[in-house]
Design a protein around this ligand. Structure first.
Ligand SMILES: [Zn+2]
Length: 569
């Protein structure tokens, strides 16, 4: 219900008894109001059963304990979500591209599914699901399930997800959505005013799928569609199966940011097919996915692009490791007593990727590809731990090579902080040339207009900005801005990097852009560093507080909780 910002409905859970004598089933909930709980033996006759909602834990929410009969096979819970549900965002028409209709979407990873469905909310349990969703007419509902792009807008939509998935991949969005096919198995949903540019941007999706299948075996989810969300979506993308949710900030007009599509598509193998069993094992999802993403980009766009991304990310990882306490630098991180969202640093992504690249470089690409293909096949539709992976690795890749086991030092990679000395290095000739240009300009050797920027890609422009000295004088800022128009940059990543520099150097001509940027975009990766930079000075903090006051109501709860820590500690 868009007016009250709540979902109201029933969840029917088909239960599988693990213990014959079990008399209680415990479900996860957060902020749900439970009306009734019923049991059924056959799905036709229902009877009410007692239930108890425990006291709410600030991280885990409240356990819903349902008394079971010996014969019950189904549990039906009638419930309402709360307007502040951590996994649901409700947008006013003004926050959409079209400005006419409201929009809502869910984000269940890591443990936010429980804020909109009572269920066993752990990646260790997989479910299939079917759903009936009622919406205001004129709006379209979509889910991470089989979709009918032609379904009439009559206020009721049916979905079925036949492949078993963990709860964090259950997803729903409702809005004024149009559809454009991209290929035989691919397409894009977006607001009508965005759908054409989205389709053009994601034009290579089918080619990426084909390249991934060639490397890692068949795509197991039938269709791959993308959903472009309004700008407040807190992440770059979310790999909801069959329907990736994506931020509109990657629609750059030149496909320069489509690494995101490669990443989310790769999750169809690493993460969605073979899933981390607990959030400690998150690197099994993300480290593998960044590795696959690079391989897809290499297959579709060539090695030069990948060398640039790898070199840039090595820098990002170094900065992240410098920022994090030692225990959080560990791939197999200990999250006991903590919110699993705390484990979502760059470590599982980038340190994880380096570990896999080390394996590839150690045994050779052909052998490693064969290994990975077999790994996805062996663990398909299962949730596994780091120990499961290590056992499989030992048996299928390392067993006959004691010397290799020694030099790899898997334990150092998985269980120790920091970056092991045998981490692969990346070099990009293109980026080295960019650094030379940046140095020549910063030392005053050449003027901005005389820089050799030729046909630089976005990655090169980003590196140019990152290579700037910590402090720039206003005339230097003005010169760069006049020649390259950074303050008005249409590319969201370039604008982000420039705004960081502008804040650091109190460059006032960028003030207005900073404000519209922070109010217009909710993607955490692009906005949080700007707030971090602002609060370093008293004047900056005052500005951060003023801008955040306007921006906060438009942000997703996940972004709000991160940025509250910065601006309202
Ligand atoms: Zn990912």
């Amino acid at each position: 219900m868009f007016d009250s910002h709540v979902l109201e409905g029933t969840a029917t859970l088909h239960i599988e008894r693990v213990r014959e004598e079990a008399s209680v089933v415990r479900l996860d909930t957060r902020g749900l109001s439970i009306a009734t709980v019923e049991l059924s033996d056959d799905g036709r006759d229902w009877r009410e059963t007692p239930f108890r909602l425990g006291t709410a834990d600030s991280i885990l929410g409240a356990a819903l304990e349902v008394t079971l009969s010996r014969t019950a096979t189904q549990v039906r819970v009638a419930y309402t979500t709360s307007p502040g549900a951590s996994g649901v965002q409700w947008l006013e028409p003004a926050q959409t591209a079209g400005k006419v209709h409201p929009f809502m979407f869910t984000q269940s990873q890591a443990i936010h599914a429980r804020s909109w469905i009572p269920l066993q909310d752990t990646p260790g349990v997989r479910v299939t699901y079917s759903a009936t969703v009622r919406t205001p007419s004129a709006l379209r509902a979509v889910m991470s399930a089989a979709l009918d792009a032609e379904a009439p807008l009559d206020g009721e939509f049916q979905f079925e997800m036949r492949q078993p998935i963990p709860s964090y991949l259950i997803a729903l969005a409702v809005g004024d959505l149009a559809f454009r096919p991209l290929g035989a198995r691919t397409g894009v949903y977006a607001e009508p005013s965005v759908v054409e540019s989205a389709a053009a941007e994601f034009d290579d999706t089918e080619a990426m799928m084909t390249a991934t299948e060639r490397l890692y075996g068949p795509y197991r989810w039938e269709r791959y569609d993308l959903l472009v969300l309004p700008p407040s979506f807190p992440f770059g993308g979310m790999e909801n199966p069959r329907l990736t949710f994506a931020t509109p900030t990657v629609i750059a007009g030149d496909k320069s940011l489509v690494a995101l599509v490669a990443h989310e598509l790769a999750h169809s193998w690493s993460g969605n097919l073979v899933t981390n069993a607990t959030w400690r094992d998150f690197w099994l999802n993300e480290g593998f996915t960044v590795y696959l993403e690079r391989r897809i980009l290499e297959a579709v766009f060539g090695r030069g692009r990948v060398d640039m991304e790898a070199t840039l990310d090595r820098q990002v990882l170094a900065e992240e490791l410098a920022r994090l306490e030692a225990p959080d630098q560990i791939l197999h991180v200990d999250l006991s007593g903590r919110d699993p969202d705390d484990g979502m640093t760059q470590v599982p992504y980038l340190k994880g990727e380096l570990f896999l690249r080390l394996l590839e470089e150690s045994v050779g690409r052909d052998r490693f590809d064969t290994f990975l293909r077999a790994y996805f096949e062996h663990f398909a539709f299962r949730s596994i731990t780091t120990d499961d992976f290590v056992a499989y690795l030992d048996e299928h890749l390392l067993s006959d090579d004691a010397g290799l086991t020694e030099t790899l030092d898997v334990d150092a990679w998985l269980e120790q902080p920091g970056l092991p000395a045998n981490a692969p290095r990346s070099e990009s000739d293109a980026l080295s040339r960019v650094e030379q240009q940046a140095d020549r300009w910063a030392s005053g050797e050449v003027a901005a207009a005389a820089l050799e920027t030729g046909d630089w890609t976005i990655q090169e422009w980003l590196h140019f900005l990152k290579s700037m000295p910590e402090r720039l004088a206003t005339p230097q800022m003005t010169a760069l801005d006049e020649v390259f128009g950074f303050t008005a940059a249409g590319n969201s990543e370039v604008a982000h990097q420039w705004l960081l520099i502008a804040i650091r150097n109190q460059y006032e001509p960028a003030d207005a852009r900073l404000e519209t940027y922070l109010i217009g975009i909710g993607r955490r990766k692009l906005i949080k560093p700007l707030y971090d930079e602002l609060v370093k000075t008293p004047e900056g903090r005052a500005r951060a507080e003023a801008i955040y006051e306007c921006a906060r109501p438009g942000y997703h709860p996940i972004a709000v909780s991160s940025i509250d820590e910065v601006v309202r500690p």
